[in-house]
Design a protein around this ligand. Structure first.
Ligand code: C2E
Ligand code: CA
Ligand code: CA
Ligand code: CA
Length: 275
């Protein structure tokens, strides 16, 4: 048998190690997972660090595998990117996020992750627009999170797409900043509305002066470009105090809340007192 990439599917080749075999099996199982209703969307709150006010939620996908149970996106997203299933998943995530956010007060945004592979889709823009229009949510309530790897393949095309997205009123955050290929050049050239610092740096900041220096440098960058910075992975009050002292404006992490089902009316009114 051949899969959609034309590769041989030998699920039970004894020479193939267990890991590779299970990945292959997941790739097979993932096909049609959206249509079968196996995807779920969780929402993790994002807050203003100073006032504690809720500013929005990041939408995070989960796959409920019929046998294995909940599969983490760190496992299935890379597989979906390889097989092309990411197109169906990405569209489902956006429509589900929009369907939920339409019930929120208009100042709350929903942040949706866009895979670099989705940028390869010729009609990405038309598809995104169709999904948002169909849901009827204001484009002002949508934010896309992209990593720099989305830009690398074709900078000119990526810039065109991002400008069109922004012209619709959708905002754009650069995700996992500081990891991978983040460069100053990109920050200047691209119309980002927010910088998200990867949670790795905050975790290291307690013990590493180098990590502290990186957090400071990113915050200085944000300030000089006049782009708000959101710190990921906030788990303690001490981290908030550190970030506020350094001038960071926004945060997300288990301290404020784990990824959860669509927020209730009560959740939407919650605020954390300033530290
Ligand atoms: P990400 O975009 O960097 O998302 C943040 C991840 O950090 C989430 O993991 C979240 O649950 C986790 N996290 C948040 N706060 C804390 C904290 O205080 N402590 C710790 N230890 N972790 C925290 P999750 O949900 O497992 O997602 C992993 C990655 O999978 C995401 O990283 C994102 O790159 C990808 N992903 C998730 N959903 C989607 C999606 O719908 N589309 C695409 N393309 N990628 C997605
Ligand atoms: Ca993200
Ligand atoms: Ca991130
Ligand atoms: Ca990440």
């Amino acid at each position: 048998a051949k899969d959609s990439l034309g590769q041989d599917l030998c699920l039970f080749d004894p020479a193939m190690d267990e890991d590779k075999r299970s990945r292959r099996q997941l790739a097979v199982d993932l096909r049609g997972a959206v249509e079968r209703g196996e995807m779920r969307l969780l929402f993790q709150p994002q807050h203003s660090l100073k006032s504690g006010a809720l500013i929005g939620y990041e939408a995070l996908a989960r796959w409920h595998h019929p046998v294995r149970g909940v599969v983490s996106p760190d496992i299935f997203i890379p597989i979906a990117e390889e097989t092309g299933e990411i197109f169906a998943i990405g569209e489902w995530v956006l429509s589900e996020a929009a369907r939920v956010a339409i019930h929120w007060p208009s100042h709350l945004k929903v942040a949706v992750n866009l895979s670099p592979v989705q940028f390869q889709q010729g009609d990405l823009l038309q598809r995104l627009i169709a999904v948002v229009l169909d849901a009827g949510v204001s484009t002002r309530q949508i934010e896309f999170e992209i990593t720099e790897s989305a830009i690398i393949a074709d900078r000119t095309k990526a810039l065109y797409i991002l400008r069109r997205i922004k012209a619709l009123g959708i905002s754009i955050a650069i995700d996992d900043f500081g990891t991978g290929h983040s460069s100053l050049d990109t920050l200047h050239a691209f119309p980002f509305d927010k910088i998200k610092i990867d949670r790795f740096f905050l975790r290291q900041a307690a013990t590493s002066s180098q990590a502290v220096a990186i957090v400071r440098a990113v915050l200085a960058l944000g300030k000089s470009l006049d782009i708000p910075v959101l710190a990921e992975g906030i788990e303690t009050e001490e981290q908030i105090a550190f970030l506020v002292a350094e001038g960071c404006e926004q945060g997300q992490g288990y301290y404020y809340g784990r990824p959860q089902n669509a927020p209730s009316r009560e959740d939407l009114g919650r605020a954390f007192p300033p530290p």
